[in-house]
Design a binder for this molecule. Structure first.
Ligand code: FAD
Ligand code: NAD
Length: 403
């Protein structure tokens, strides 16, 4: 009897949602059943989460319902948490059940990496998803409200301490530089009492940008009240703040956020995949080594840049492109055709420094800073939204905020 192949996609982020949407266009309904499994019934723009965490955008702008962009009659939608993949039996164990597959796409994104720093998991917040970002926003506002109400006279309650000055840390303090003055006005607090401190182990920030752009970013953020502690490794996190440096200095804060690193989803390790620094080093066609029917995408994968001799950085830009290649390769597998190698098209890098500021390196080494870079960031954000949600979602949730 004919067995209709079942493709199961895990995760409705950039890579998983793009794969699923492309599959619905590339395959006829009778060619395969498609199942998309995601923890929530909504997709969120991970690249906007620092804005949700700072409270500079409404969290509903950063998410949309999956059923608004994928028709449930074409794709079976399951909202559940993936716990483990049994590759021998070809089944996925969920919190509330299990499902078998013929072809599997693992696109479960990243988790925070605290590198075993004592107290970090217990006492620091992280920007991971909508819920964790909302917690940060609410916690910061509560500190200001309590101080204003006289519940605390310790000014360090108003300090926001951010550990790690990679992209996430820098973009987050850029948003905080917008939000903190608003909170001070709202709660009648003198602006000089609220501090934003970014602690970084390396002597500088964002090494992928040229020095002039980095210098611009540091100056711009400092001008708006961000204090940098560069060359300062964090050794421990306590309920009061970070312990840093050789003299074990305590930097006290009411809000502590760790943006010091990420790793692949822990489901990979629990499922027995061979891992390198928490992710699967995939074959050039994006399949997991030794698994002809399993693709691993996005932040769960390392994809080797043959020219550079190192993996591409994990980004949304890359994850979307993984989704496109994976969908075409699934069609090729079903039709017995040769698979293609993933080829990354690098459209550049942009870091926002708040609503109307940023730095960028785009196309063939064109450098932008200030409003031009901020405008480019909005173009990039809107493009990703369009690729996943189409015109309707772009018009509803797109970024049109004036500077
Ligand atoms: P994600 O988009 O994170 O999606 C993973 C999905 O899997 C989510 O829907 C999640 O809910 C779901 N999921 C997770 N675990 C489970 C489970 N156990 N069961 C079921 N579902 C699960 N990259 C850029 O290119 N440009 C940027 O400007 C940029 N800005 C960023 C800003 C921030 C604050 C952060 C944190 C990252 C940023 N990145 C940026 C990196 C980018 O967001 C990631 O590389 C990208 O999200 C990876 O896509 P993904 O599809 O692998 O995972
Ligand atoms: P990251 O690994 O890029 O940066 C973490 C930073 O924390 C590093 O600068 C590191 O030196 C620092 N750090 C680590 N341990 C420390 C310690 N003990 N004390 C002090 N500092 C410490 O992580 P990220 O910023 O979360 O970015 C993750 C991925 O997401 C990256 O690959 C990045 O490219 C991508 N991303 C891209 C964008 C963008 O393109 N605009 C934005 C956000 C994230």
């Amino acid at each position: 009897m004919y067995h209709k192949p079942k493709i199961v996609v895990l995760g409705a982020g950039y890579a998983g949602l793009k794969t699923t949407r492309d599959l619905t266009k590339l395959l006829a309904p009778e060619e395969a059943d498609i199942v998309l499994i995601n923890k929530h019934n909504y997709h969120y723009e991970t690249t906007w989460l620092h804005e949700v965490a700072a409270g500079t955008i409404n969290l509903n702008q950063a998410r949309f319902m999956i059923s608004d962009v994928i028709h449930p009659s074409r794709v079976r939608l399951i909202y559940d948490t993936v716990e483990k993949i049994d590759t021998e039996e070809q089944r996925v164990i969920l919190k509330n059940g299990e499902i078998t597959y013929d072809y599997l796409v693992v696109a479960l994104g990243f988790e925070t990496n605290t590198f075993g720093i004592k107290g970090m998991e217990e006492y620091a917040y992280s920007i991971v998803d909508i819920n964790s970002s909302r917690l940060i926003r609410e916690h910061i506002e509560l500190q200001f409200a309590k101080y204003s109400a006289g519940e605390s006279d310790d000014e360090s309650a108003l300090t926001i301490l951010v550990g790690g000055a990679g992209f996430t840390g820098i973009e987050f303090v850029g948003e905080l530089a917008e939000k903190v003055p608003q909170l001070c006005r709202k709660y009648d607090i003198d602006r000089s009492k609220a501090r934003i401190i970014n602690v970084e182990a390396m002597p500088s920030i964002l090494p992928m940008f040229d020095k002039d752009l980095v210098d611009y970013a540091i100056r711009s953020l400092e001008d708006r009240g961000v204090e940098f502690r560069l060359g300062t490794p964090i050794k421990e996190c306590t309920p009061e703040g970070f312990i840093v440096g050789d003299d074990n200095e305590l930097i006290k804060a009411g809000t502590v956020v760790w943006t010091g690193g990420v790793t692949g989803n822990s489901v990979l390790g629990k499922s027995g995949f061979e891992l390198e620094r928490g992710k699967v080093m995939v074959e050039p066609d994006l399949r997991a080594p030794g698994h002809e029917n399993i693709f691993v995408l996005g932040d769960c994968a390392w994809v080797m840049d043959e020219e550079a001799g190192r993996p591409y950085p994990p980004t949304a830009q890359a994850a979307l492109q993984h989704g496109e290649t994976c969908a075409r390769n699934l069609r090729a597998l079903l039709r017995g055709e040769p698979l293609e190698k993933f080829q990354f098209i690098d459209r550049g890098t942009v870091a926002s420094l708040g609503i109307s500021d940023g730095i960028a390196n785009i196309f063939n080494d064109t450098k932008l800073k200030g409003k031009a870079a901020a405008a480019m960031k909005k173009v990039v954000d809107n493009r990703a939204l369009f690729l996943l949600g189409g015109t309707k979602i772009l018009l509803k949730k797109g970024k049109v905020r004036p500077f």
